[in-house]
Write a protein that binds this ligand. Structure first.
Ligand code: CTP
Ligand code: CA
Length: 233
């Protein structure tokens, strides 16, 4: 679609979108990473810019994707770098969307030289430490009226269904909206299509139909504008 065919309902809004998967270095040639393609975050940034927002896209590692037209793009690698860049941009933002796949843990230490294997020493063990929860930090420091959106990739398990896990996560995180992707065989990761639910802190739950990541992005921005409309300025 041409950008002039879309509503300009985000005109003047300052939004921050994080995207991609962080990488946590082990040594100069290795890292711990994840399978995020970055496509959903890029779609969110692109659609927001098309609808008139000032967009800062803070992106960790992604597939080769075109930079969204009109967005300021900040490239980062680790969870700590992503947290710093998002935190700085969020200070003046109306909306923050955390679509990045942030590593929950990083290696406790990073070797300055390539880790070598040897028959004379035992095989190494990787010790991990927690990364800061960026989304939780944003919620703690939130300015009055700022809308904060989280993402969750969930699978059902013995503890509960996808939706039950997601409702608990929304409460735990304290964000305004949580986009829930059901993950598993052939779903979400590396795919062009996404499906799930949009959960709102006020209890509203919307099923997001199977569709493109652009469609999911449009659904998220529709929900954000609705929240902003209901807020006192
Ligand atoms: N997130 C974050 N900082 C982290 C981990 C996650 O900001 N260190 C954000 C993600 O960008 C996402 C949301 O939190 O918007 C939910 O991520 P998820 O991995 O589903 O939640 P976790 O709290 O890490 O829980 P889990 O143990 O299920 O991974
Ligand atoms: Ca996690």
């Amino acid at each position: 679609a041409r950008s002039d065919a879309l509503p300009r309902d985000l005109d003047g809004l300052r939004v921050v979108v994080s995207a991609g998967g962080t990488r946590e270095p082990l040594d100069p040639v290795r890292h711990l990473g994840n399978r995020s393609s970055g496509k959903q975050g890029y779609a969110l940034a692109r659609v927001a810019a098309q609808r008139g927002a000032h967009v800062t896209l803070v992106t960790a590692h992604t597939d080769a994707l075109p930079e969204p037209a009109g967005a300021d793009v900040v490239h980062v690698s680790t969870a700590n770098q992503l947290g710093e860049a998002v935190g700085a941009a969020a200070a003046t933002a109306d909306v923050v969307v955390m679509a990045a796949a942030v590593a929950d843990f990083r290696p406790a230490g990073t070797s300055g030289h390539k880790i070598k294997k040897s028959d004379d020493t035992p095989d190494p063990t990787i010790n991990l430490v927690r990364n800061p929860d960026i989304l939780a930090g944003l919620v703690e420091r939130r300015e009055r009226g700022q809308v904060i959106v989280g993402f969750a990739a969930e699978t059902g398990d013995e503890q509960g269904s996808v939706l039950e896990h997601a409702r608990a996560k929304l409460k735990r995180k304290g964000c305004d909206l949580l986009v829930v992707n059901a993950v598993g065989e052939g779903k979400a990761f590396e795919m062009d299509e996404n499906t799930g639910w949009l959960l709102s802190a006020d209890g509203a739950e919307q099923r997001i139909p199977l569709g493109t990541k652009s469609l999911l992005a449009a659904t998220v921005w529709d929900a954000v504008t609705e929240l902003l409309r209901r807020r006192p300025d």
